[in-house]
Ligand binder design. Structure first.
Ligand SMILES: [Zn+2]
Ligand SMILES: [Zn+2]
Length: 147
C-alpha cells in the first residue's frame, strides 16, 4: 500500500522535474508512513541519525517542494509549527489537546456549508477546515494511570 503510494509520489516528482536525492526520498517515505501529521522537526529528528548532514532547513525545503507539486498539504496552527499531511484527499482531523496528535477522520464533506457561506457573504469560497478536539486514547489512559 505505502510502497505503491511511494512509487506514485516518486513518479510525480520525476514528472515535475524534481531531482530525487536520498534525503528527499527518505523525507517522502517518512511522510507516507507517518500517521501523525508530523512537523518538519519531527521528520528531522526521525532522520538525522541516517543523514547526519541534513538540517531542519533541508527538511523544510523538501516539504515546500512536495507542497508545491501537491504531494502534501501544510496545516498551519497559528504560532505553533506547521504539520504536514500526505493524505491530500478531502478529510477532517481530530486533534488531541494533550499531546497534539492529529488523526484523520472521514466524514462526508460539508459542501452545503460552503455554498451557504458563499450565498450569505458573497465570498468566493476556496475551501474550509473543520477540526474536532479532544483527548486521545493514549493520553486518556495515561491520565487514568496517574489518578
Ligand atoms: Zn494524546
Ligand atoms: Zn490528515
Amino acid at each position: 500500500m505505502t510502497e505503491v503510494k511511494l512509487q506514485e509520489a516518486v513518479g510525480k516528482l520525476k514528472e515535475s522535474g524534481v531531482r530525487i536525492t536520498p534525503q528527499r526520498h527518505a523525507v517522502l517515505e517518512f511522510l507516507l508512513n507517518a500517521k501523525i501529521h508530523p512537523t518538519a522537526d519531527d521528520i528531522y529528528k526521525a532522520l538525522e541519525g541516517k543523514f547526519p548532514n541534513m538540517s531542519v532547513a533541508t527538511v523544510y525545503n523538501n516539504l515546500r517542494v512536495f507542497r508545491e507539486i501537491g504531494l502534501v498539504r501544510e496545516l498551519t496552527y497559528g504560532d505553533s509549527s506547521s504539520r504536514f499531511d500526505c493524505n491530500t484527499s478531502k478529510h477532517y482531523h481530530i486533534i488531541c489537546e494533550s499531546c497534539g496528535k492529529i488523526v484523520d477522520f472521514h466524514y462526508p464533506s460539508l459542501d452545503e456549508v460552503e455554498s451557504l457561506a458563499e450565498q450569505v457573504t458573497g465570498f468566493d469560497v476556496s475551501h474550509h477546515r473543520m477540526e474536532i478536539y479532544g483527548t486521545c486514547n493514549v493520553c486518556k489512559n495515561t491520565k487514568k494511570a496517574l489518578v
